[in-house]
Design a binder for this molecule. Structure first.
Ligand code: PGA
Length: 243
């Protein structure tokens, strides 16, 4: 049985004070959220400690936005699994298209990050997805398959979330049609060969499209950027109703 995971990626937003304000408004909105789904928020590193305190005794699990594969060392700007676990972090986002694009993250590095997450008891949310140009050239499936094969090598599919995030849909307001997102998620499931793999869709998810997306047979959750910054909109997403 695949348990849906609704995750918010705050990216480089939210100070500690803003996180506090968010949680004060958000927690009452999820008081009656059905128990059949997991809720995850990925604040910036600086807000993790505050968020750990604010999410105590709540439904909210914490994710980091990165993790390194070494336990410690001379890796300026990186963060180790133990440092995250000290703050109650349970998930890590790896392979997001932003570090892939801005910092040239490779599938090999992403695989190291995901493996280090799993071997330290953290659940990696591994993001994959094609660019606009790749889709137009008819390469979407090939690109995603390569990301899956290289990025997921050696991982346990039952302690993993894959997020299908077409790059052209991220932060653009252009959501991928629910049927197409569902088709790609189904392909990913068949390539990985694990019926229990949890697969999210991400890219301009909002209150107006969440119910349709979550009604799809192969979409087991969402990874939300912009719409996770507002308590009301993320509250509505967390409280999705699927047919
Ligand atoms: P968006 O971002 O919801 O703002 O499109 C999604 C993501 O980057 O995970």
């Amino acid at each position: 049985m695949r348990r849906p995971v609704i995750a918010g990626n705050w990216k480089m937003h939210m100070t500690c004070a803003q996180s506090r304000e968010f949680m004060e408004a958000f927690l009452p909105l999820i008081a009656d959220t059905p128990d059949d789904r997991d809720l995850v928020l990925a604040p910036p590193f600086t807000a993790l400690s505050t968020m750990a305190e604010l999410s105590q005794n709540s439904r909210v699990c914490l994710s980091s936005q990165n993790v390194h594969w070494e336990g410690q060392g001379a890796f300026t700007g990186e963060i180790s699994p133990a440092m995250l676990k000290e703050h109650g972090v349970t998930h890590t986002i790896v392979g997001h298209s932003e570090p892939r694009k801005y910092f040239s993250e490779s599938d090999e590095q992403i695989n190291h990050r995901a493996r280090s997450s799993q071997s330290n008891g953290l659940i990696p949310i591994v993001c994959v997805g094609e660019s606009d140009e790749q889709r137009e050239r008819g390469e979407a499936e090939r690109v995603i398959r390569r990301q899956i094969e290289q990025g997921l090598e050696g991982l346990d599919a039952e302690k993993l979330v894959v997020a299908y995030e077409p790059i052209w849909a991220i932060g653009t307001g252009k959501t991928c049609a629910a049927e197409e997102a569902n088709r790609i998620c189904g392909l990913i499931r068949s390539w990985v060969g694990s019926p229990d793999l949890v697969i999210q869709y991400g890219g301009s998810v909002k209150p107006s499209n969440i119910d349709e997306l979550m009604g799809m047979s192969d979409i087991d959750g969402v990874l939300v950027g912009g719409a996770s910054l507002e308590p009301e909109s993320f509250g509505r997403i967390a409280n999705y109703q699927s047919a």
